[in-house]
Design a protein around this ligand. Structure first.
Ligand code: ACO
Length: 325
C-alpha cells in the first residue's frame, strides 16, 4: 500500500547582519566571555535591526527555501510559522509572510510552543500533508527574542539571538517503510506544571504589555536532557531504528552542554551532531531550521540521510521528529 510522506524539498534561512559577541556583552552587563562559553558554548549571536520584525526574517527564510526547492508561492498551500515573538498579538506572523510572498490562496497560521515550536510545526504540517488535505507546506521557525529580553539581566540576555529558518515539505507517495524519504515519525509532549521555570512576564490578557523572558536556568537544565532523551527514544522505538542508524542529530540549539549530554545519553556519536549555538545563540523556534540550513548548505546533510530533530522549551514543551532527508 502507498503511504503519503512529507518530504523535505527545500530549506533556507536568514540571519540579521548585526552580530553581538560575548565581548560586546561584557561592556553592558557583569559577565565574561569565559563564563558564557564554558556554561553554554555561545560565542556570538545575531540581533535584528530596526524594521527587522519576525515576519521580515521569516519571509527572507521562506523565499530562500522556495528558491532552494525551485518553487514559488503559487506552489504552496499551507504556511505554518513557529514563533513566540510575533510581530503583533494578531494577526498571525504566518499571514504576514503569506502576504509578503504574494500568496492569496491556501491557509497560514502560527504555532506557539516556544523553543519546541519548529518540531510542533513540522509535526502539524506532516499531519495536514499525509491526510491529503494539502500538498506543499512552508514550515518556518522565526524569532526576535532580543525584543523579549531584559538586557540588564545577565542570567538570560547572554543566551539568546534572532533569526529564521524554513523548510518546504511536499506530500509524496512512499512505500510505507523507513526507507521512504520524508517525516517518518514525530512525538510531541507538554507539561504545563512547569510554567514558572521559563516564561514571559507579560501578555495582552495579563499585564497588557509584552513582558520580559524569565528563566530558572538550573531547573530548565535539570529537566531538559531527560525530556529530549524520552522523545528521541520514542522515535527510535516507533521506527525500529537506533542511534547508530542516524546520519545527523540536529537538536534545538539552546546550550552546548544540553546538546552533548543528550547525545551521550542516547549513544549518538559526537561527529553526527550539528552545532550552531556557538554562532547563533539560542534562537528558540528558529534554531533547528537554521542548523538544518547550515548543514545542507555545507554538504553534510544529503538526500537519503536519516536526521533526528528534537527540542525542549517553555511550557514545558518537548518533541522529536525523525526525517529521511
Ligand atoms: N555571567 C556571569 N555570571 C553569571 C551569568 C552571566 N551571564 N549568569 C549567571 N551568573 C552567575 C549567577 O549569578 C551565579 O552566581 P552566584 O553563584 O554568585 O549566585 C553563578 O553564575 C551560577 O549561576 P547558575 O544559574 O547556577 O549557573 P549555571 O551553571 O546553572 O548556568 C545556565 C546557567 C547557563 C543558564 C544554565 O543553567 C543552563 O544552561 N540552563 C539551561 C537553560 C537554557 O539553556 N535555557 C534556554 C531556554 S530553554 C530552552 O531553549 C530549552
Amino acid at each position: 500500500m502507498k503511504h503519503l510522506r512529507s518530504v523535505v524539498c527545500g530549506v533556507g534561512s536568514y540571519l540579521p547582519a548585526k552580530v553581538v559577541t560575548n565581548a560586546d556583552l561584557e561592556k553592558t552587563v557583569d559577565t565574561s566571555d569565559d563564563w558564557i562559553v564554558q556554561r553554554t558554548g555561545i560565542r556570538q549571536r545575531h540581533i535584528a535591526g530596526e524594521g527587522e520584525t519576525t515576519s521580515v526574517l521569516a519571509t527572507h527564510a521562506a523565499r530562500a527555501a522556495l528558491d532552494n526547492a525551485g518553487l514559488t508561492a503559487a506552489d504552496i498551500d499551507l504556511i505554518i510559522v513557529a514563533t513566540s515573538s510575533p510581530d503583533y498579538t494578531f494577526p498571525s506572523t504566518a499571514t504576514q509572510v503569506q502576504a509578503a510572498i504574494g500568496m492569496t490562496h491556501g491557509a497560514a497560521f502560527d504555532i506557539q510552543a516556544v523553543c519546541s515550536g519548529f518540531v510542533f510545526a513540522v509535526t502539524t504540517a506532516d499531519k495536514f500533508l499525509v491526510s491529503g488535505s494539502h500538498r506543499r507546506a512552508l514550515v518556518i521557525g522565526a524569532e526576535t527574542f532580543s525584543r523579549l529580553l531584559d538586557w540588564n539581566d545577565r542570567t538570560t540576555c547572554v543566551l539568546f539571538g534572532d533569526g529564521a529558518g524554513a523548510i518546504v515539505l511536499e506530500a509524496r507517495e512512499g512505500a510505507g517503510t523507513i526507507k521512504d524519504r520524508g517525516v517518518l515519525t514525530s512525538h510531541l509532549r507538554s507539561d504545563g506544571r512547569h510554567r514558572e521555570k521559563l516564561y514571559v512576564d507579560g501578555g495582552p490578557s495579563t499585564t497588557g504589555t509584552v513582558g520580559h523572558l524569565r528563566m530558572s536556568g538550573r531547573d530548565v537544565f535539570r529537566h531538559a536532557v531527560g525530556m529530549v532523551a524520552d522523545v528521541m527514544t520514542d522515535a527510535f522505538a516507533a521506527t525500529g531504528t537506533s542511534a547508530e542508524d542516524l546520519d545527523w542529530f540536529v537538536p534545538h540549539q539552546a546550550n552546548r552542554r544540553i546538546i552533548d549530554a543528550s547525545a551521550e545519553k542516547l549513544g549518538i556519536a559526537p561527529a553526527k551532531i550539528v552545532v550552531t549555538v556557538d554562532r547563533h545563540g539560542n534562537t528558540s523556534a528558529a534554531s533547528i531550521p537554521l542548523a538544518l540550513a547550515a548543514a545542507v548548505a555545507d554538504g553534510r546533510i544529503k538526500p537519503g540521510h536519516l536526521v533526528m530533530i528534537e527540542a525542549m522549551g517553555g511550557g514545558f514543551t518537548w518533541g522529536s521528529a525523525l526525517i529521511r532527508w
